[in-house]
Write a protein that binds this ligand. Structure first.
Ligand code: GDP
Length: 391
């Protein structure tokens, strides 16, 4: 698939930058156009792979931002984007839309810019283009507290109703205890980039000969067509150098058949491992509406039988007949990887938890606001209420 990708806010931009890094490292070509939009000047200076001319600062004259971000205020984030909608629209002038299949907007939903400006950007893209607009969104960890949960629960509603599909990443599920938050984020962003790029770059062939069951972008788009929230599973194993060589000189003899059987078992095992791995957002696999499996690696390691039995196993496990499976040949790959897209999963406990945490936070904020107002009133009013204000 070919994408125009837009990172909104700090996390959105960092994730996009890691996607570009992974593409570069693995010689893939997914993001034909990459852009960052942010309200914080310093964060826009950080990416390594997003071209400087594709970094758009919004809100530098807005009272609530002034180039320093929006302080986690989702309303300000949305207002800045609405106020600067012309500038945002102009930033898309050089997108060669005929050269892309879809657009992808990445954002962290717990802050102010990604969660507030993200949905405004998506609205605009939906108006401007006929191509699908997908979301890639990070849900905050419980440890971040009530405000990020409230931002995320509200923003999730906007994202999911506005995008054609929303791929979720749950910081809670991916947090490692022994890391600083920044170290943790760095690792998480790498894991997410690997998954999303492996999955979506399938169908964009390198120069390898076209293999038999090659995945097509239209299969990916069809799977994403369900709308709703999606999750990705992933597993990989290093390519055995000797095995690769044998594979290249295979002949139609007993050794070939033995090899074929091993490859088939390996592929089925890899797909099982991907489905049982830590998903980008934990969910009940059987609640998925559609499923897509991509096997990416050196074509000599592909096995039609393995792919077919993995597909059948998934049909049973996910309890859906809508399982598409295909190969993504990468001649010089050092790993054989399986990426599994579980599209429109409806049982994701983390979403319910965030909503509960958000409702609690909203109640607490309202209570505190009321108490504070009363306290101010009491402070400025004399004991017997004998004084009047001047005007
Ligand atoms: P924004 O710039 O106002 O959109 O705010 P940020 O993107 O800095 O943060 C929003 C949320 O994204 C936070 O509440 C975290 O949950 C999450 N977050 C921030 N940075 C990262 C990151 O690098 N990786 C991941 N996975 N999550 C992040």
């Amino acid at each position: 698939m070919k994408l125009a990708t837009i990172g909104v806010g700090n996390a959105g931009t960092k994730i996009l930058d890691r996607m570009l890094e992974f593409e570069d490292k693995t010689n893939r070509s997914l993001c034909r156009h990459a852009m960052a939009i942010n309200t914080a000047r310093t964060d826009l200076a950080k990416p390594d792979f997003i071209p400087p001319e594709r970094r758009v600062l919004i809100g530098d004259t807005h009272q609530g931002a002034k180039g320093h971000g929006v302080g986690g205020d989702v309303e300000v984030g949305a207002d800045v984007a609405k106020t600067e909608i012309e500038e945002i629209r102009r930033a898309f002038d050089d997108v060669e839309i005929h050269d892309v299949d879809a657009l992808l907007v990445s954002a962290g939903l717990g802050g102010g810019t990604g969660s507030g400006a993200g949905p405004v950007v998506i609205d605009e893209l939906q108006k401007m283009y006929d191509e699908p607009v997908y979301g890639l969104g990070v849900l905050p960890g419980e440890y971040e507290g009530g405000r990020p949960a409230l931002n995320a629960a509200r923003s999730l509603q906007s994202f999911v109703t506005k995008v054609d599909n929303f791929v979720a990443f749950d910081n809670d599920a991916w947090r490692a205890r022994d890391q600083t938050i920044e170290e943790g984020y760095d690792e998480m962003n790498g894991e997410l980039a690997t998954r999303i790029v492996t999955l979506l770059a399938a169908g964009e062939k390198d120069d390898t000969d076209v293999a038999e069951n090659v995945m097509d972008s239209s299969d990916i788009m069809r799977t994403l067509d369900t709308g709703g929230i999606s999750s990705i599973g992933y597993a990989s194993s290093p390519v055995d150098a000797q095995k690769g060589l044998i594979g290249r000189f295979r002949e139609d003899d007993e050794e070939f058949n033995a090899d074929e059987a091993t490859d088939a078992t390996k592929i089925k095992g890899l797909v099982r491992r991907a489905v049982n791995s830590r998903l980008t957002i934990p969910c009940e696999v059987s609640s998925a509406d559609r499923v897509l499996v991509v096997i990416s690696g050196p074509p000599e390691m592909f096995a039609r039988k393995g792919l077919e039995s993995a597909r059948q196993w998934l049909e049973d496990t996910a309890d859906t007949v809508e399982v598409l499976a295909g190969d993504d040949p990468r001649e010089n790959a050092t790993e054989l990887a399986a990426a599994v897209l579980l599209s429109n999963v409806t049982e994701t406990p983390r979403v319910d938890e965030i909503q509960d945490q958000a409702v609690d936070a909203q109640n607490k904020i309202q209570e505190l606001d009321a108490v504070r107002e009363q306290e101010i009133e009491e402070l400025i009013t004399d004991d017997d209420d004998e004084l009047d204000p001047v005007v």
